[in-house]
Design a protein. Structure first.
Lengths: 299, 299
Protein backbone atom coordinates (compact mmCIF):
# COMPACT_ATOMS: atom_id res chain seq x y z
CA UNK A 1 0.00 0.00 0.00
CA UNK A 2 1.19 3.48 -0.83
CA UNK A 3 1.03 5.69 2.25
CA UNK A 4 2.80 8.61 3.88
CA UNK A 5 2.83 9.86 7.46
CA UNK A 6 2.30 13.59 7.78
CA UNK A 7 3.86 15.34 10.77
CA UNK A 8 2.19 18.70 11.37
CA UNK A 9 4.46 21.57 12.40
CA UNK A 10 2.03 24.49 11.99
CA UNK A 11 1.47 25.33 15.67
CA UNK A 12 5.23 25.38 16.32
CA UNK A 13 7.35 26.01 13.22
CA UNK A 14 4.42 27.69 11.50
CA UNK A 15 3.62 30.22 14.19
CA UNK A 16 7.03 30.82 15.73
CA UNK A 17 8.01 33.44 13.17
CA UNK A 18 4.71 35.26 13.00
CA UNK A 19 5.18 38.92 13.84
CA UNK A 20 2.02 39.06 15.91
CA UNK A 21 1.81 36.59 18.76
CA UNK A 22 -1.16 34.26 18.30
CA UNK A 23 -3.17 33.88 21.56
CA UNK A 24 -3.10 30.53 23.32
CA UNK A 25 -6.82 29.97 22.72
CA UNK A 26 -6.39 30.30 18.95
CA UNK A 27 -3.43 27.92 19.06
CA UNK A 28 -5.50 25.37 20.97
CA UNK A 29 -8.39 25.66 18.51
CA UNK A 30 -5.89 25.27 15.67
CA UNK A 31 -4.41 22.13 17.24
CA UNK A 32 -7.90 20.68 17.83
CA UNK A 33 -8.89 21.39 14.23
CA UNK A 34 -5.72 19.67 13.03
CA UNK A 35 -6.39 16.51 15.00
CA UNK A 36 -10.01 16.60 13.81
CA UNK A 37 -8.64 16.66 10.25
CA UNK A 38 -6.80 13.41 10.95
CA UNK A 39 -3.29 14.62 11.78
CA UNK A 40 -1.74 12.07 14.14
CA UNK A 41 1.39 13.98 15.15
CA UNK A 42 1.17 17.68 15.85
CA UNK A 43 4.24 19.56 17.07
CA UNK A 44 2.47 22.00 19.31
CA UNK A 45 5.01 24.31 20.96
CA UNK A 46 8.65 24.93 21.83
CA UNK A 47 10.22 25.22 25.28
CA UNK A 48 12.49 28.05 24.25
CA UNK A 49 13.27 31.24 26.13
CA UNK A 50 10.51 33.83 25.52
CA UNK A 51 13.19 36.44 24.92
CA UNK A 52 14.33 34.57 21.80
CA UNK A 53 10.99 33.30 20.56
CA UNK A 54 8.15 35.40 22.02
CA UNK A 55 5.60 33.52 19.90
CA UNK A 56 6.23 30.37 21.96
CA UNK A 57 6.23 32.07 25.38
CA UNK A 58 2.92 30.38 26.25
CA UNK A 59 4.31 26.84 25.97
CA UNK A 60 3.27 25.97 29.55
CA UNK A 61 -0.27 27.25 28.94
CA UNK A 62 -0.54 25.35 25.66
CA UNK A 63 0.62 22.11 27.28
CA UNK A 64 -1.56 22.40 30.36
CA UNK A 65 -4.72 23.36 28.46
CA UNK A 66 -4.26 20.95 25.54
CA UNK A 67 -7.06 18.40 25.24
CA UNK A 68 -5.20 15.34 24.03
CA UNK A 69 -7.08 13.19 21.53
CA UNK A 70 -6.56 9.46 21.70
CA UNK A 71 -4.14 8.20 19.10
CA UNK A 72 -2.66 11.64 18.54
CA UNK A 73 0.85 12.57 19.60
CA UNK A 74 1.79 16.14 20.55
CA UNK A 75 5.58 16.54 20.35
CA UNK A 76 7.33 19.64 21.66
CA UNK A 77 10.59 21.22 20.67
CA UNK A 78 13.29 21.51 23.33
CA UNK A 79 16.45 23.40 22.36
CA UNK A 80 18.52 22.21 25.32
CA UNK A 81 18.46 20.50 28.73
CA UNK A 82 16.86 23.55 30.32
CA UNK A 83 14.03 23.34 27.78
CA UNK A 84 13.73 19.61 28.33
CA UNK A 85 13.46 20.09 32.07
CA UNK A 86 10.69 22.62 31.61
CA UNK A 87 8.91 20.40 29.10
CA UNK A 88 9.08 17.16 31.08
CA UNK A 89 6.70 18.49 33.72
CA UNK A 90 4.00 18.19 31.04
CA UNK A 91 4.91 14.62 30.12
CA UNK A 92 5.39 15.29 26.39
CA UNK A 93 4.68 12.44 23.96
CA UNK A 94 7.92 13.16 22.10
CA UNK A 95 10.64 15.77 22.36
CA UNK A 96 12.26 17.27 19.29
CA UNK A 97 15.89 18.44 19.20
CA UNK A 98 17.74 20.51 16.61
CA UNK A 99 21.34 20.63 15.52
CA UNK A 100 22.27 22.57 12.38
CA UNK A 101 24.61 21.04 9.81
CA UNK A 102 26.36 24.40 9.60
CA UNK A 103 29.03 25.57 12.03
CA UNK A 104 28.16 29.23 11.41
CA UNK A 105 24.42 28.72 11.84
CA UNK A 106 24.95 27.00 15.20
CA UNK A 107 27.32 29.74 16.32
CA UNK A 108 24.98 32.55 15.27
CA UNK A 109 21.82 30.89 16.54
CA UNK A 110 22.84 29.24 19.78
CA UNK A 111 26.39 30.45 20.26
CA UNK A 112 27.74 26.91 20.19
CA UNK A 113 29.84 24.78 17.87
CA UNK A 114 28.31 21.78 16.11
CA UNK A 115 30.10 19.48 18.54
CA UNK A 116 28.85 21.38 21.58
CA UNK A 117 25.31 21.33 20.17
CA UNK A 118 25.61 17.58 19.57
CA UNK A 119 26.84 17.04 23.13
CA UNK A 120 23.81 18.95 24.41
CA UNK A 121 21.46 16.94 22.19
CA UNK A 122 23.13 13.75 23.37
CA UNK A 123 22.52 14.64 27.02
CA UNK A 124 18.85 15.41 26.36
CA UNK A 125 18.45 12.18 24.38
CA UNK A 126 19.94 10.08 27.18
CA UNK A 127 17.66 11.70 29.74
CA UNK A 128 14.58 11.43 27.49
CA UNK A 129 15.30 7.75 26.85
CA UNK A 130 15.67 7.20 30.58
CA UNK A 131 12.18 8.65 31.00
CA UNK A 132 10.79 6.68 28.06
CA UNK A 133 10.15 9.75 25.92
CA UNK A 134 10.80 9.30 22.18
CA UNK A 135 13.27 11.71 20.56
CA UNK A 136 12.92 13.32 17.17
CA UNK A 137 16.17 14.87 15.97
CA UNK A 138 16.23 17.63 13.38
CA UNK A 139 19.26 18.30 11.24
CA UNK A 140 18.59 21.86 10.22
CA UNK A 141 20.30 23.57 7.25
CA UNK A 142 20.66 20.06 5.82
CA UNK A 143 20.38 21.30 2.22
CA UNK A 144 21.88 24.76 2.61
CA UNK A 145 22.68 27.49 5.09
CA UNK A 146 21.81 31.20 4.99
CA UNK A 147 25.41 32.01 6.01
CA UNK A 148 27.56 29.27 4.49
CA UNK A 149 25.51 28.55 1.36
CA UNK A 150 26.05 24.99 0.25
CA UNK A 151 26.27 22.34 2.99
CA UNK A 152 28.20 19.15 2.26
CA UNK A 153 26.60 15.78 2.62
CA UNK A 154 29.56 14.98 4.88
CA UNK A 155 28.48 17.66 7.37
CA UNK A 156 24.97 16.24 7.46
CA UNK A 157 26.23 12.67 7.78
CA UNK A 158 28.42 13.70 10.72
CA UNK A 159 25.33 14.78 12.65
CA UNK A 160 23.17 11.91 11.45
CA UNK A 161 25.81 9.45 12.66
CA UNK A 162 25.94 11.12 16.05
CA UNK A 163 22.14 10.99 16.28
CA UNK A 164 22.14 7.33 15.25
CA UNK A 165 24.75 6.55 17.90
CA UNK A 166 22.67 8.11 20.68
CA UNK A 167 19.69 6.18 19.35
CA UNK A 168 17.21 8.93 18.58
CA UNK A 169 13.91 7.58 17.25
CA UNK A 170 13.65 9.65 14.12
CA UNK A 171 16.03 11.79 12.10
CA UNK A 172 14.64 14.79 10.24
CA UNK A 173 16.24 16.44 7.22
CA UNK A 174 15.46 20.11 7.68
CA UNK A 175 15.67 22.31 4.61
CA UNK A 176 15.52 25.42 6.74
CA UNK A 177 15.87 27.94 3.94
CA UNK A 178 14.06 25.93 1.26
CA UNK A 179 17.06 25.88 -1.06
CA UNK A 180 17.00 22.12 -1.76
CA UNK A 181 15.96 20.73 -5.11
CA UNK A 182 14.99 17.22 -6.21
CA UNK A 183 18.59 16.40 -7.18
CA UNK A 184 20.15 17.58 -3.91
CA UNK A 185 17.42 15.78 -1.95
CA UNK A 186 18.22 12.63 -3.89
CA UNK A 187 21.96 12.89 -3.23
CA UNK A 188 21.45 13.44 0.49
CA UNK A 189 18.90 10.67 0.92
CA UNK A 190 21.10 8.18 -0.92
CA UNK A 191 23.97 9.05 1.43
CA UNK A 192 21.76 8.82 4.53
CA UNK A 193 20.38 5.44 3.45
CA UNK A 194 23.75 3.92 4.32
CA UNK A 195 23.12 4.51 8.02
CA UNK A 196 19.38 4.91 8.46
CA UNK A 197 16.31 3.37 6.87
CA UNK A 198 14.82 5.99 4.56
CA UNK A 199 11.32 5.18 5.67
CA UNK A 200 12.31 6.39 9.13
CA UNK A 201 13.83 9.62 7.92
CA UNK A 202 11.46 12.57 8.02
CA UNK A 203 11.60 15.27 5.37
CA UNK A 204 11.07 18.82 6.57
CA UNK A 205 11.02 21.06 3.54
CA UNK A 206 10.37 24.78 3.36
CA UNK A 207 8.74 26.27 0.29
CA UNK A 208 10.81 29.44 0.00
CA UNK A 209 11.48 28.87 -3.70
CA UNK A 210 8.41 26.77 -4.47
CA UNK A 211 10.26 23.45 -4.58
CA UNK A 212 9.08 21.82 -1.33
CA UNK A 213 6.45 19.66 -2.99
CA UNK A 214 8.72 18.58 -5.84
CA UNK A 215 11.30 17.67 -3.20
CA UNK A 216 8.73 15.69 -1.20
CA UNK A 217 7.64 13.76 -4.29
CA UNK A 218 11.26 12.88 -5.01
CA UNK A 219 11.85 11.85 -1.39
CA UNK A 220 8.77 9.63 -1.53
CA UNK A 221 10.00 7.97 -4.72
CA UNK A 222 13.29 7.20 -2.96
CA UNK A 223 11.54 5.60 0.01
CA UNK A 224 10.84 8.48 2.39
CA UNK A 225 7.54 7.99 4.21
CA UNK A 226 7.45 10.79 6.81
CA UNK A 227 6.81 14.37 5.76
CA UNK A 228 6.64 17.53 7.83
CA UNK A 229 4.26 20.25 6.75
CA UNK A 230 2.28 23.13 8.18
CA UNK A 231 -1.39 23.89 7.56
CA UNK A 232 -1.73 26.92 5.32
CA UNK A 233 1.99 26.86 4.59
CA UNK A 234 2.53 28.92 7.74
CA UNK A 235 6.08 29.65 8.82
CA UNK A 236 8.33 32.06 7.03
CA UNK A 237 12.05 31.94 7.65
CA UNK A 238 13.48 35.12 9.18
CA UNK A 239 16.60 34.64 7.04
CA UNK A 240 14.69 34.85 3.78
CA UNK A 241 12.55 37.98 4.10
CA UNK A 242 9.21 37.84 2.35
CA UNK A 243 9.62 34.16 1.71
CA UNK A 244 6.90 31.63 2.19
CA UNK A 245 7.01 29.06 4.95
CA UNK A 246 6.81 25.33 5.38
CA UNK A 247 5.45 23.00 2.78
CA UNK A 248 1.68 23.39 3.20
CA UNK A 249 -0.10 20.36 4.64
CA UNK A 250 -3.01 20.75 2.24
CA UNK A 251 -0.75 21.04 -0.81
CA UNK A 252 1.07 17.87 0.26
CA UNK A 253 -2.06 15.92 1.14
CA UNK A 254 -3.88 16.87 -2.07
CA UNK A 255 -0.90 15.93 -4.24
CA UNK A 256 -0.15 12.66 -2.47
CA UNK A 257 -3.79 11.52 -2.38
CA UNK A 258 -4.13 12.22 -6.11
CA UNK A 259 -0.99 10.19 -6.69
CA UNK A 260 -2.63 7.30 -4.84
CA UNK A 261 -0.53 7.80 -1.70
CA UNK A 262 -2.78 7.53 1.33
CA UNK A 263 -2.34 10.03 4.15
CA UNK A 264 -5.50 9.44 6.21
CA UNK A 265 -6.05 13.20 6.30
CA UNK A 266 -9.19 15.12 5.39
CA UNK A 267 -8.24 17.91 3.02
CA UNK A 268 -11.17 20.17 3.82
CA UNK A 269 -10.43 19.71 7.52
CA UNK A 270 -6.88 21.00 7.04
CA UNK A 271 -8.17 23.99 5.09
CA UNK A 272 -10.63 24.71 7.91
CA UNK A 273 -7.79 24.51 10.46
CA UNK A 274 -5.68 26.90 8.40
CA UNK A 275 -8.68 29.23 8.05
CA UNK A 276 -8.79 29.68 11.82
CA UNK A 277 -5.27 31.09 11.77
CA UNK A 278 -5.85 33.05 8.57
CA UNK A 279 -8.91 34.72 10.11
CA UNK A 280 -7.01 35.54 13.29
CA UNK A 281 -4.04 36.97 11.39
CA UNK A 282 -6.39 38.81 9.05
CA UNK A 283 -4.47 37.78 5.98
CA UNK A 284 -4.31 35.29 3.17
CA UNK A 285 -2.08 32.27 3.67
CA UNK A 286 0.48 31.09 1.15
CA UNK A 287 -0.74 27.61 0.35
CA UNK A 288 -1.99 27.15 -3.21
CA UNK A 289 -4.63 24.62 -2.20
CA UNK A 290 -5.77 26.89 0.62
CA UNK A 291 -6.23 29.73 -1.84
CA UNK A 292 -8.07 27.50 -4.29
CA UNK A 293 -10.35 25.73 -1.81
CA UNK A 294 -10.96 28.10 1.06
CA UNK A 295 -14.27 29.20 -0.47
CA UNK A 296 -15.72 25.72 -0.21
CA UNK A 297 -14.42 24.95 3.28
CA UNK A 298 -15.73 27.79 5.44
CA UNK A 299 -15.88 26.59 8.99
CA UNK B 1 24.07 17.99 -21.61
CA UNK B 2 21.04 18.56 -19.42
CA UNK B 3 18.94 21.37 -20.80
CA UNK B 4 15.35 22.55 -21.09
CA UNK B 5 13.66 25.00 -23.41
CA UNK B 6 11.41 27.49 -21.66
CA UNK B 7 8.45 28.88 -23.59
CA UNK B 8 7.19 32.09 -22.00
CA UNK B 9 3.42 32.59 -21.92
CA UNK B 10 3.22 35.56 -19.54
CA UNK B 11 2.21 38.27 -22.03
CA UNK B 12 -0.59 36.09 -23.40
CA UNK B 13 -1.80 33.38 -20.98
CA UNK B 14 -0.52 35.37 -18.03
CA UNK B 15 -2.28 38.62 -18.81
CA UNK B 16 -5.42 37.41 -20.56
CA UNK B 17 -7.29 36.81 -17.31
CA UNK B 18 -6.20 39.94 -15.49
CA UNK B 19 -9.21 41.96 -14.45
CA UNK B 20 -7.58 45.25 -15.37
CA UNK B 21 -6.39 45.54 -18.94
CA UNK B 22 -2.64 46.11 -19.07
CA UNK B 23 -1.72 48.93 -21.51
CA UNK B 24 0.11 48.02 -24.70
CA UNK B 25 3.20 49.96 -23.64
CA UNK B 26 3.54 47.91 -20.44
CA UNK B 27 3.09 44.69 -22.42
CA UNK B 28 5.82 45.75 -24.84
CA UNK B 29 8.19 46.61 -21.98
CA UNK B 30 7.38 43.24 -20.40
CA UNK B 31 8.11 41.40 -23.65
CA UNK B 32 11.39 43.31 -24.07
CA UNK B 33 12.42 42.52 -20.50
CA UNK B 34 11.66 38.84 -21.09
CA UNK B 35 13.83 38.65 -24.20
CA UNK B 36 16.56 40.55 -22.33
CA UNK B 37 16.39 37.81 -19.66
CA UNK B 38 17.14 35.22 -22.31
CA UNK B 39 13.71 33.89 -23.20
CA UNK B 40 13.82 32.72 -26.80
CA UNK B 41 10.11 32.09 -27.38
CA UNK B 42 7.57 34.54 -26.03
CA UNK B 43 3.88 34.06 -26.78
CA UNK B 44 2.92 37.68 -26.99
CA UNK B 45 -0.78 38.02 -27.76
CA UNK B 46 -3.92 36.30 -29.01
CA UNK B 47 -6.01 37.15 -32.06
CA UNK B 48 -9.28 36.57 -30.28
CA UNK B 49 -12.41 38.70 -30.40
CA UNK B 50 -12.11 41.61 -27.94
CA UNK B 51 -15.62 40.86 -26.72
CA UNK B 52 -14.43 37.51 -25.32
CA UNK B 53 -10.96 38.47 -24.18
CA UNK B 54 -10.75 42.24 -23.70
CA UNK B 55 -7.22 41.92 -22.30
CA UNK B 56 -5.97 40.89 -25.76
CA UNK B 57 -7.91 43.53 -27.73
CA UNK B 58 -4.66 45.34 -28.57
CA UNK B 59 -3.16 42.39 -30.47
CA UNK B 60 -2.66 44.45 -33.62
CA UNK B 61 -0.92 47.23 -31.67
CA UNK B 62 1.32 44.73 -29.86
CA UNK B 63 2.35 43.08 -33.13
CA UNK B 64 2.95 46.28 -35.04
CA UNK B 65 4.94 47.97 -32.26
CA UNK B 66 6.93 44.91 -31.17
CA UNK B 67 10.68 45.31 -31.58
CA UNK B 68 11.75 41.81 -32.56
CA UNK B 69 15.08 40.71 -31.16
CA UNK B 70 17.23 38.47 -33.31
CA UNK B 71 17.00 34.83 -32.34
CA UNK B 72 13.74 35.34 -30.45
CA UNK B 73 10.43 33.99 -31.66
CA UNK B 74 7.11 35.71 -30.86
CA UNK B 75 4.26 33.23 -31.34
CA UNK B 76 0.63 34.35 -31.25
CA UNK B 77 -2.49 32.42 -30.36
CA UNK B 78 -5.18 32.10 -33.04
CA UNK B 79 -8.43 30.45 -31.99
CA UNK B 80 -9.76 29.92 -35.52
CA UNK B 81 -9.33 30.83 -39.21
CA UNK B 82 -10.63 34.34 -38.63
CA UNK B 83 -7.95 34.82 -35.95
CA UNK B 84 -5.33 33.35 -38.24
CA UNK B 85 -6.31 35.72 -41.05
CA UNK B 86 -6.00 38.70 -38.73
CA UNK B 87 -2.68 37.46 -37.38
CA UNK B 88 -1.03 36.63 -40.70
CA UNK B 89 -0.89 40.32 -41.68
CA UNK B 90 1.80 40.63 -39.02
CA UNK B 91 3.81 37.66 -40.27
CA UNK B 92 3.88 35.77 -36.95
CA UNK B 93 6.85 33.52 -36.24
CA UNK B 94 4.52 30.75 -35.06
CA UNK B 95 0.81 30.40 -34.56
CA UNK B 96 -0.65 28.52 -31.61
CA UNK B 97 -3.96 26.61 -31.76
CA UNK B 98 -6.06 25.15 -28.98
CA UNK B 99 -8.41 22.19 -28.82
CA UNK B 100 -9.66 20.97 -25.45
CA UNK B 101 -9.68 17.27 -24.62
CA UNK B 102 -13.14 17.74 -23.14
CA UNK B 103 -16.33 17.79 -25.16
CA UNK B 104 -18.07 19.98 -22.57
CA UNK B 105 -15.21 22.47 -22.33
CA UNK B 106 -15.19 22.94 -26.12
CA UNK B 107 -18.96 23.32 -26.20
CA UNK B 108 -18.99 25.87 -23.37
CA UNK B 109 -15.95 27.78 -24.54
CA UNK B 110 -16.28 27.89 -28.31
CA UNK B 111 -19.70 26.34 -28.88
CA UNK B 112 -18.20 23.53 -30.95
CA UNK B 113 -17.69 19.79 -30.61
CA UNK B 114 -14.19 18.36 -30.31
CA UNK B 115 -14.43 17.18 -33.92
CA UNK B 116 -15.54 20.58 -35.17
CA UNK B 117 -12.71 22.23 -33.23
CA UNK B 118 -10.24 19.75 -34.71
CA UNK B 119 -11.53 20.44 -38.22
CA UNK B 120 -11.01 24.16 -37.63
CA UNK B 121 -7.50 23.56 -36.27
CA UNK B 122 -6.75 21.36 -39.26
CA UNK B 123 -7.78 24.10 -41.69
CA UNK B 124 -5.58 26.66 -39.92
CA UNK B 125 -2.65 24.22 -39.83
CA UNK B 126 -2.91 23.55 -43.57
CA UNK B 127 -3.01 27.25 -44.34
CA UNK B 128 -0.17 28.06 -41.92
CA UNK B 129 1.97 25.32 -43.44
CA UNK B 130 1.24 26.68 -46.91
CA UNK B 131 2.59 30.03 -45.70
CA UNK B 132 5.57 28.41 -43.97
CA UNK B 133 4.41 29.39 -40.48
CA UNK B 134 5.13 26.80 -37.75
CA UNK B 135 2.14 25.56 -35.74
CA UNK B 136 2.05 24.91 -32.01
CA UNK B 137 -1.01 22.91 -30.97
CA UNK B 138 -2.33 23.01 -27.41
CA UNK B 139 -4.41 20.20 -25.99
CA UNK B 140 -6.13 22.01 -23.16
CA UNK B 141 -7.80 20.23 -20.22
CA UNK B 142 -5.33 17.40 -20.92
CA UNK B 143 -5.18 16.40 -17.24
CA UNK B 144 -8.64 17.41 -16.10
CA UNK B 145 -11.63 19.58 -16.96
CA UNK B 146 -13.51 22.07 -14.79
CA UNK B 147 -16.82 20.57 -16.03
CA UNK B 148 -16.11 16.88 -16.67
CA UNK B 149 -13.49 16.30 -13.98
CA UNK B 150 -11.16 13.49 -15.02
CA UNK B 151 -10.16 13.33 -18.67
CA UNK B 152 -9.16 9.98 -20.15
CA UNK B 153 -5.84 9.49 -21.78
CA UNK B 154 -7.86 8.20 -24.75
CA UNK B 155 -9.51 11.61 -25.19
CA UNK B 156 -6.10 13.30 -25.20
CA UNK B 157 -4.63 10.74 -27.57
CA UNK B 158 -7.53 11.29 -29.99
CA UNK B 159 -6.56 14.94 -30.34
CA UNK B 160 -2.82 14.28 -30.32
CA UNK B 161 -3.26 11.80 -33.17
CA UNK B 162 -5.27 14.32 -35.16
CA UNK B 163 -2.59 16.97 -34.56
CA UNK B 164 0.14 14.50 -35.55
CA UNK B 165 -1.75 13.67 -38.75
CA UNK B 166 -1.99 17.34 -39.79
CA UNK B 167 1.72 17.68 -39.01
CA UNK B 168 1.74 20.40 -36.39
CA UNK B 169 5.26 21.26 -35.23
CA UNK B 170 4.74 20.94 -31.51
CA UNK B 171 2.08 19.41 -29.28
CA UNK B 172 1.43 20.99 -25.89
CA UNK B 173 -0.10 19.22 -22.92
CA UNK B 174 -2.16 21.94 -21.24
CA UNK B 175 -3.12 21.36 -17.62
CA UNK B 176 -5.62 24.20 -17.77
CA UNK B 177 -6.93 23.84 -14.23
CA UNK B 178 -3.69 22.66 -12.62
CA UNK B 179 -5.20 19.41 -11.42
CA UNK B 180 -2.46 17.12 -12.74
CA UNK B 181 -0.03 15.37 -10.43
CA UNK B 182 3.29 13.63 -11.11
CA UNK B 183 1.56 10.26 -11.53
CA UNK B 184 -1.07 11.49 -13.99
CA UNK B 185 1.60 13.40 -15.91
CA UNK B 186 3.65 10.21 -16.10
CA UNK B 187 0.70 8.14 -17.37
CA UNK B 188 -0.17 10.67 -20.05
CA UNK B 189 3.41 11.17 -21.24
CA UNK B 190 4.00 7.43 -21.49
CA UNK B 191 0.86 7.14 -23.64
CA UNK B 192 1.85 10.09 -25.82
CA UNK B 193 5.35 8.72 -26.34
CA UNK B 194 3.84 6.05 -28.61
CA UNK B 195 3.02 8.68 -31.25
CA UNK B 196 5.28 11.65 -30.55
CA UNK B 197 8.81 12.13 -29.29
CA UNK B 198 8.59 13.35 -25.71
CA UNK B 199 11.34 15.88 -26.24
CA UNK B 200 9.02 17.60 -28.73
CA UNK B 201 6.04 17.65 -26.43
CA UNK B 202 5.67 20.85 -24.46
CA UNK B 203 4.33 20.82 -20.92
CA UNK B 204 2.02 23.67 -19.99
CA UNK B 205 1.22 23.33 -16.31
CA UNK B 206 -0.83 25.64 -14.12
CA UNK B 207 0.00 25.97 -10.44
CA UNK B 208 -3.54 26.07 -9.04
CA UNK B 209 -2.77 23.43 -6.42
CA UNK B 210 0.99 24.01 -6.15
CA UNK B 211 1.98 20.95 -8.19
CA UNK B 212 3.16 22.57 -11.43
CA UNK B 213 6.85 22.37 -10.57
CA UNK B 214 6.65 18.79 -9.27
CA UNK B 215 4.87 17.91 -12.52
CA UNK B 216 7.54 19.65 -14.59
CA UNK B 217 10.34 17.80 -12.79
CA UNK B 218 8.56 14.50 -13.45
CA UNK B 219 8.03 15.42 -17.11
CA UNK B 220 11.72 16.26 -17.44
CA UNK B 221 12.72 12.94 -15.91
CA UNK B 222 10.55 11.19 -18.51
CA UNK B 223 12.20 13.04 -21.39
CA UNK B 224 10.18 16.25 -21.72
CA UNK B 225 12.39 19.18 -22.75
CA UNK B 226 9.95 22.03 -23.47
CA UNK B 227 8.20 23.82 -20.62
CA UNK B 228 5.69 26.65 -20.68
CA UNK B 229 5.74 29.15 -17.86
CA UNK B 230 4.86 32.75 -17.12
CA UNK B 231 7.03 35.33 -15.39
CA UNK B 232 5.72 36.00 -11.90
CA UNK B 233 3.32 33.07 -12.17
CA UNK B 234 0.84 35.39 -13.86
CA UNK B 235 -2.39 33.93 -15.19
CA UNK B 236 -5.18 32.72 -12.98
CA UNK B 237 -7.83 30.47 -14.42
CA UNK B 238 -11.33 31.94 -14.42
CA UNK B 239 -12.71 28.49 -13.59
CA UNK B 240 -10.79 28.23 -10.31
CA UNK B 241 -11.50 31.50 -8.50
CA UNK B 242 -8.65 32.82 -6.39
CA UNK B 243 -6.31 30.25 -7.80
CA UNK B 244 -2.79 31.01 -8.87
CA UNK B 245 -1.73 31.00 -12.46
CA UNK B 246 0.84 29.40 -14.70
CA UNK B 247 3.96 27.75 -13.41
CA UNK B 248 6.22 30.74 -12.72
CA UNK B 249 9.19 31.09 -15.06
CA UNK B 250 11.50 32.06 -12.20
CA UNK B 251 10.44 29.10 -10.03
CA UNK B 252 11.07 26.75 -12.95
CA UNK B 253 14.38 28.32 -13.97
CA UNK B 254 15.75 28.41 -10.41
CA UNK B 255 14.80 24.78 -9.76
CA UNK B 256 16.08 23.45 -13.07
CA UNK B 257 19.36 25.37 -12.89
CA UNK B 258 19.98 24.06 -9.37
CA UNK B 259 19.31 20.56 -10.64
CA UNK B 260 22.00 21.12 -13.27
CA UNK B 261 19.50 21.55 -16.10
CA UNK B 262 20.54 24.49 -18.24
CA UNK B 263 17.89 26.95 -19.40
CA UNK B 264 20.01 29.82 -20.69
CA UNK B 265 17.84 32.23 -18.74
CA UNK B 266 18.92 34.91 -16.29
CA UNK B 267 16.89 34.51 -13.11
CA UNK B 268 17.21 38.12 -11.97
CA UNK B 269 16.18 39.25 -15.43
CA UNK B 270 12.94 37.27 -15.18
CA UNK B 271 12.25 38.74 -11.74
CA UNK B 272 12.83 42.21 -13.17
CA UNK B 273 10.41 41.49 -16.03
CA UNK B 274 7.78 40.26 -13.58
CA UNK B 275 8.36 43.34 -11.42
CA UNK B 276 7.28 45.59 -14.30
CA UNK B 277 3.88 43.91 -14.32
CA UNK B 278 3.68 43.70 -10.53
CA UNK B 279 4.32 47.45 -10.30
CA UNK B 280 1.73 48.21 -12.92
CA UNK B 281 -0.91 45.99 -11.30
CA UNK B 282 0.03 47.35 -7.89
CA UNK B 283 0.08 43.93 -6.29
CA UNK B 284 2.32 41.09 -5.26
CA UNK B 285 2.70 38.21 -7.73
CA UNK B 286 2.28 34.57 -6.82
CA UNK B 287 5.69 33.16 -7.66
CA UNK B 288 7.68 31.94 -4.66
CA UNK B 289 11.02 32.93 -6.18
CA UNK B 290 9.63 36.34 -7.10
CA UNK B 291 8.58 36.89 -3.50
CA UNK B 292 11.94 35.72 -2.18
CA UNK B 293 14.14 37.60 -4.62
CA UNK B 294 12.33 40.74 -5.67
CA UNK B 295 14.21 42.80 -3.11
CA UNK B 296 17.53 42.08 -4.76
CA UNK B 297 16.37 42.57 -8.33
CA UNK B 298 14.87 46.05 -8.45
CA UNK B 299 15.06 47.30 -11.98
Amino acid sequence: MDFAHIYEVGPRDGLQNEQSVVPTSVKLDFIDALSAAGLKRIECTAFVHPKWVPAMADHAAVMSQLKKEEGVSYPVLVPNMRGFENAQKFKPDTVALVVAASETFNQKNINQSVDAALAGADAVTVEARRQGIPVRAYISCALGCPYEGEISSKAVMYIAEAFAKTKVDEIVIGDTIGIGDPKSVERLMRDLSSIWSLEHIACHFHDTYGRALANAVKAYELGGRIFDSSAGGLGGCPYAPGASGNLATEDLVDCFERMGIQTGIDLDGVVRAASLVSQHLGRQLNSRVFQALKGRCHS
